[in-house]
Design a protein around this ligand. Structure first.
Ligand SMILES: [Zn+2]
Length: 366
């Protein structure tokens, strides 16, 4: 099937993909994994559905115009959105990343506007499907997709099928417990993978260490970045808070005390590259939690491939080496022998490719 897919990509019908995120809305006209156009607009300060949905429609029209095609040439529209949602009914329930979206019947709303097949899917599942059909997972049978960024999401594809679960919420791999004695995750569970290995976790470890007075070197590094912002190639690595604007004892949103300056996961990654031991130790700690998560995934699913996506994975060997060491040390021999762990292929476009892939998946074009 997959060999055929590669050779016939130029014959695949054109589709529209929508990647609805908490910060960006992306739309594209695609043919298989190939983007014929790409539009990106900010989701906006107030992402209420009545404001955002007309902007999505406008962004779809722009993508069509830029690709020089009309709706009549489009086989369907796929939408990747933050969960939880029911992909059968196309109703989105209160995603933490989309405040104001409470039981929004997104598919029906799209259906009223477009006389086309519409498919809605959780963003991690859609991204996993995109990698499975066209990317790093091509040719695999049992694939797990894990995306590590601000949070950690998962997509499980077994025997060519997305595993949805009884109420459509399967694949929440970021919320498996890694340390039952650790702190409380935003989901309500304790010591989740997301709580211990996400970008948010890396930033939390660092800011905590700074507040506790162990982060002098990291703090000095962060201050140097702030003082010379133009010398920092990755602007997102800059600490975001002005050290002079917040009192030291103010409570932050994670329940800790706000330090003189807040660093983020990228700041920590840059500091680790610069050889600062605390930053390295923090990355190792997150990486080991990730390794334990991977061991669990391998033991439960016996996948032939695990694909790792999301911004945190771009840290590279400082994250992957400790994680893979744990996998080597702790995984049973038989499933370890068959599993490959590979980086995702589509980077920032994975949501769009995945959204488009929904049409091929559901309409059996492939
Ligand atoms: Zn959790």
């Amino acid at each position: 099937m997959n060999e055929e897919m590669t050779t016939n990509q130029q014959e695949l019908p054109l589709v529209v993909g929508v990647d609805l995120g908490g910060t960006q809305i992306r739309t594209a006209v695609l043919q298989g994994p190939k983007l014929r156009s790409r539009v990106s607009i900010p989701t906006g300060e107030n992402p209420a559905p009545e404001r955002v949905i007309p902007r999505i429609f406008a962004a779809i029209q722009r993508a069509l115009d830029e690709a020089g095609v009309t709706l009549a040439q489009i086989a369907g529209i796929g939408v990747a959105t933050p969960g939880p949602l029911n992909n059968q009914t196309g109703v989105i329930y209160s995603p933490p990343n989309l405040p104001g979206w409470n039981s929004v019947p997104l598919r029906d709303i799209f259906q009223r506007n477009y006389n086309l097949p519409i498919f809605i899917e959780n963003d991690a599942n859609a991204a996993g499907l995109g990698e499975y059909m066209f990317g790093a997972g091509r040719g695999s049978k049992d694939m797990i997709y894990l995306t590590i960024s601000t949070g950690i999401g998962g997509g499980i594809i077994i025997d060519g099928k997305i595993i949805e679960g009884a109420s459509g919420t399967a694949g929440e791999l970021g919320h498996m417990t890694i340390d039952m004695h650790a702190g409380r995750c935003t989901c309500g569970n304790i010591g989740c993978l997301e709580y211990l290995a996400s970008g948010t976790a890396i930033a939390r470890y660092a800011n905590q260490a700074i507040v506790e007075g162990q982060g002098a070197e990291l703090l000095a590094f962060a201050n140097t970045m702030l003082e010379n912002p133009t010398t920092v190639p990755d602007q997102a690595a800059l600490p975001t808070e002005d050290p002079n604007t917040r009192p030291l004892d103010e409570q932050d949103d994670l329940g800790g005390k706000v330090g003189p300056l807040r660093v983020n996961a990228r700041t920590v990654a840059r500091a680790a590259e610069a050889g600062i031991p605390l930053a390295r130790a923090i990355l190792t700690r997150a990486a080991e939690a990730l390794g334990v998560g991977l061991v669990n995934i391998i033991h439960i699913f016996n996948p032939d491939i695990i694909i790792l996506g999301g911004g945190v994975t771009l840290v590279g060997p400082m994250l992957m080496e400790p994680a893979l060491r744990i996998v080597q040390e702790r995984t049973m021999k038989a499933p370890l022998e068959v599993v490959r762990i590979k980086p995702a292929q589509f980077g920032i476009n994975v949501g769009l490719v995945g959204a488009g892939a929904l049409i091929y998946y559901h309409m059996h074009s492939i």
